[in-house]
Write a protein that binds this ligand. Structure first.
Ligand SMILES: NC(=O)c1ccc[n+]([C@@H]2O[C@H](COP(=O)([O-])OP(=O)(O)OC[C@H]3O[C@@H](n4cnc5c(N)ncnc54)[C@H](OP(=O)(O)O)[C@@H]3O)[C@@H](O)[C@H]2O)c1
Length: 283
């Protein structure tokens, strides 16, 4: 596994395991619990020790399955990110959310706790007071945000004693401009975060699997040149950038192994440029 810097003393694996649709989607579904727990455990055994979840995923059931899966592993070898939902950003609600996540994850601390998305109806001062309290109580090691614009990050940073360490945004070859936030990622959000030591965590790196199959001419050409698959090229394009890691979801061992093949090599600059131009022209 390749690691990237989060703080002076903490690093994070460049490829993480996403849990959206693990244990259900918008609602909990227990049908595939044992398969989902095995998938998380397989990922960890393969070295994907960075797990991304959220209290909203499957109404908390994704966190429960992560909690079940990590039981047999050394906690200090794992990096667990979870997120508080935008409707829970009032002081007391946020503390209750964190407590709920800790209980479902069966852990004493969260490595990275993110605000899942901004909520303009709740003063950010109140939210950050609760985030600071969690850090002070050592329930959370690092704090961050998700789907935040540059202005929202600046405003958030003003109201916390702790550094905002990460911004998790939708970013992949097919989504390079606006994604869920209102600014351009490549010309505004990513350069700002890189300059200010805020890690970018790119969510949906494979565009829900679209980028993991043949169909994009340039990707198909590069598979031959590098002897890599479409998904390996799409993920390498992300993680070879400064200050960017990614989280991809897969419950299939062969896909997890394939995605790990995105590590340990680098696209030549001329091919990065070709990808940028070709996918830029698509959007
Ligand atoms: N912060 C936010 O607002 C936010 C929003 C959305 C998602 N996220 C996070 O980001 C994670 C990743 O995003 P995502 O799950 O939406 O999309 P994704 O990782 O881009 O794509 C997942 C899909 O791709 C398939 N896949 C993965 N590797 C593959 C491979 N090598 N070959 C073929 N298919 C492959 C998976 O199917 P199989 O399981 O069959 O392999 C799954 O259907 C989420 O799980 C979640 O943790 C965060």
């Amino acid at each position: 596994m390749e690691f990237k810097r989060l703080t002076d003393t903490i690093t994070i694996p460049a490829i993480g395991f996403g849990t959206w649709t693990i244990g259900g989607g918008d609602v909990a579904d227990t049908t595939y619990d044992s398969e989902d727990v095995s998938a998380i455990q397989n990922a960890i055994k393969l070295g994907i020790t960075n797990i991304d979840t959220a209290e909203a995923y499957a109404e908390g059931h994704a966190e429960e399955l992560v909690g079940r899966a990590i039981g047999g592993f050394e906690r200090k070898n794992l990096f667990i990110t979870t997120k508080v939902s935008p409707e829970h950003l009032r002081y007391d609600d946020l503390l209750a959310s964190a407590k709920g996540s800790l209980g479902r994850l069966k852990t004493d601390y969260i490595d990275l706790y993110l605000i899942h998305a901004p909520n303009p109806d709740i003063p950010i001062q109140e939210t950050m007071k609760a985030m600071d309290c969690l850090v002070e109580q050592k329930l959370v090691k690092c704090i961050g945000v998700s789907n935040f614009s540059v202005e929202q990050i600046k405003e958030t940073q003003k109201h916390t004693k702790n550094k905002i360490r990460a911004n998790q945004i939708e970013y992949n070859l097919l989504v390079r401009d606006k994604g869920r936030v209102t600014e351009n990622m490549e010309s505004e959000i990513i350069p700002y975060c890189q300059k200010n030591d805020i890690l970018i965590i790119a969510w949906r790196p494979l565009a829900k699997g679209e980028l993991a199959k043949p169909g994009f001419k340039i990707l198909d050409e590069l598979t031959k040149k590098y002897n890599k698959t479409q998904s390996q090229i799409a993920i390498n394009w992300l993680i070879s950038k400064e200050g960017i890691v990614t989280i991809t979801k897969s419950t299939k061992v062969e896909h997890l192994k394939e995605n790990l093949g995105a590590i340990g090599w680098k696209l030549q600059q001329e091919d990065v440029d070709r990808l940028n131009n070709s996918f830029g022209a698509l959007s």
